[in-house]
Design a protein around this ligand. Structure first.
Ligand code: F6P
Length: 342
């Protein structure tokens, strides 16, 4: 019998529990595999900190946000880790293979472990939807729903006060959440990392909305830059993967917009609200299918691959291909909606 260790690493997102449930149900039922869960991502693997995972422990899990395994931004090559330690832990626990659920950082670490001879497969996750190997990542749809609701709510209070409302959503390299929620919520301008816009242009859009007697709604992704900025706005140091912690560009834009247009302007940073709570039906389905498919990859011993969505099919992609590019918003998709800004 193959024993699989599952871990969730990096920032969490809605749908992680549905992946775990899908994997355990299919693995036990179809492949005769059994499972343990590593706690807090790679930390649990490095320290040998596990919880039992069987059919009863995943009961009713697919609607629950977060991850029952916990997560962290600790890497497997941290000081007390590395392939020898990990091989030792796996042997101690009788674990033959690992399913690592995570984003770009997790996939890079998995690729390195695979090169070091560890039997590992991956499941992609990020609310940012910026992994090129998969058409959608679970968590994204939920984040778009939450951001759309935030826009709807900001618009009613914005209308009452005739204010310009600026909503900041997540999106480090890619503006998918801003683009989709902005379209869904009828924003008057959508600002994304892929497309710098000048403050003059943004104010022109805001002014034209005001001139029509409406209250302007601007959606901005955290990674958006004005042309003079060399990098995304960050004032909070680095995260566990040494990436700048983003957030706050809405608060930079709001006073500028107000000063230049005379429209009273307020900023809202949506933050981790986007990553919390119950996944949408779409995300539960995608996550469950990916979890189940990961156990097929283990059964076929196709190490070094992750599962992904292409069209409506679940496919397998090598870690190399998975990590080759960020999936950013194509210029044509942005221009398609930019023509109706203002
Ligand atoms: O990478 C996903 C993401 O949600 C980014 O959009 C955001 O910059 C980051 O995680 C926030 O991470 P943390 O939870 O560590 O603050």
């Amino acid at each position: 019998m193959t024993r699989i260790g599952i871990l969730t690493s990096g920032g969490d997102c809605p749908g992680l529990n549905a992946v775990i449930r899908g994997a355990v149900l299919k693995g036990e039922t179809v492949h005769g595999q059994d499972f343990v869960g590593f706690l807090d991502g790679w930390r649990g693997l490095v320290d040998g900190d596990v919880m039992a995972l069987d059919r009863s422990s995943v009961r009713g899990l697919s609607h629950q946000g977060g991850t029952i395994l916990g997560t962290s931004r600790v890497g497997p090559y941290c000081e007390r880790g590395g392939p020898e330690v990990i091989r030792g832990r796996m042997a101690e626990l009788g674990v033959d293979a690992i399913i690592a659920i995570g984003g770009e950082g997790t996939a890079s670490a998995s690729k390195r472990l695979f090169a070091d001879g560890i039997d590992i497969v991956g499941v992609p996750k990020t609310i940012d939807n910026d992994l090129d190997a998969t058409d959608y990542t679970f968590g994204f749809d939920t984040a778009v729903e939450i951001a759309t609701e935030a826009i709807d709510r900001l618009r009613t209070t914005g209308n009452s006060h005739k204010r310009c409302m600026v909503l900041e959503v997540m999106g480090r390299h890619a503006g998918w959440i801003a683009l989709h929620s902005g379209i869904a919520g009828g924003a008057h301008a959508i600002l994304i990392p892929e497309q710098p816009e000048t403050i003059e242009q943004i104010c022109e859009w805001v002014s034209s909305v005001r001139d029509r007697g409406r209250s302007p709604m601007v959606v901005v992704a955290e990674g958006f830059t004005l042309p003079h900025m060399d990098s995304a706005h960050s004032t909070k140091g680095l995260d566990g993967f040494n990436r700048p912690r983003l957030g706050g560009i809405a608060e930079v834009l709001a006073p500028e917009i107000e000063a230049r247009t005379g429209v009273e302007t307020r900023a809202t940073v949506l933050g981790h609200i986007q990553r919390g709570g119950s996944p949408t039906g779409f995300d539960r389905v995608l996550a469950t299918r990916l979890g189940m498919a990961a156990t097929d990859v283990v059964a076929d011993a196709e190490w070094g691959h992750m599962v992904a969505l292409r069209g409506t099919d679940i496919v397998r992609v090598g870690f190399d291909d998975a990590l080759a590019n960020h999936k950013t918003v194509p210029d044509a998709q942005y221009q398609e909606v930019r023509v109706i800004f203002g």
